[in-house]
Write a protein that binds this ligand. Structure first.
Ligand SMILES: O=C(O)c1ccccc1NCC(=O)[C@H](O)[C@H](O)COP(=O)(O)O
Length: 203
């Protein structure tokens, strides 16, 4: 069964609806974004959620100090790194981390090898103006010839209820990540969240 992460959570009612529908992880964006939350907002949501739902903080080129403080303050289980964080920076972090990769071509997938101590690798699209959450898809076929540990693979980028089944069949990730695909007019939509989670759990 494929695990599900819903990213860009800003409201408790969306978080608890996702938790009740069986979500495995929720993402709080601390980087510059229309989905940005404060540490206090994230903490207030995070502490009311069940322990089995993993809380993930999303960052772009944050300092070690910011990552460590945010991890503690907001009760995070992982930090998710969407910037140019180097393998050395990640190795010395001493926090459970997910490294995000923006995939333009097959070669971008080879960079995963440099981050062996990542808990997960999140593959996202490179198209769109932001470092993540663009609602755009990359070519999943790029993974075809690659030796990647699928138990550590999170697929992101433009997923929605219409392309989810095909995405899971082609990529076989351990987890799928969605943000734009469960929004209506830029706001999380509880019906879409529930439908997406229910669908992912069938595969
Ligand atoms: O969601 C954002 O606004 C964001 C901004 C800056 C860095 C990362 C961001 N999101 C990270 C995620 O994990 C998203 O869920 C992922 O990029 C997929 O988003 P989408 O294509 O909208 O489903």
């Amino acid at each position: 069964m494929t695990h599900v992460k819903v990213c860009g959570i800003r409201e408790y009612e969306h978080a608890i609806a996702a938790a009740d529908a069986g979500v495995d992880a929720l993402g709080f964006v601390f980087a510059e974004s229309k989905r940005k939350v404060s540490l206090k907002q994230a903490q207030s949501i995070s502490k009311r959620l069940p322990d089995h739902v993993k809380k993930i903080g999303v960052f772009v080129n944050a300092s070690r100090e910011e990552l460590a403080e945010s991890y503690e303050f907001a009760g995070l289980d992982f930090v998710q790194l969407h910037g140019n964080e180097s393998p050395l920076f990640c190795e010395q972090l001493n926090l459970p981390f997910i490294k995000a990769f923006r995939i333009k071509g097959e070669d971008d997938i080879d960079r995963i090898k440099e981050f062996e101590n990542a808990s997960y690798y999140l593959l996202d699209s490179a198209s769109g103006p932001y470092q993540g959450g663009n609602g755009t898809q990359f070519n999943w076929e790029f993974l075809n010839e690659k030796e990647v540990d699928h138990n550590k693979l999170i697929l992101a980028g433009g997923l929605n209820q219409d392309n989810l089944q095909k995405a899971i069949e082609i990529v076989q990730p351990t987890m799928v990540d969605v943000s734009s695909g469960v929004e209506t007019n830029g706001i999380k939509d509880i019906h879409k969240i529930k439908r997406f989670i229910g669908l992912a759990k069938q595969f």
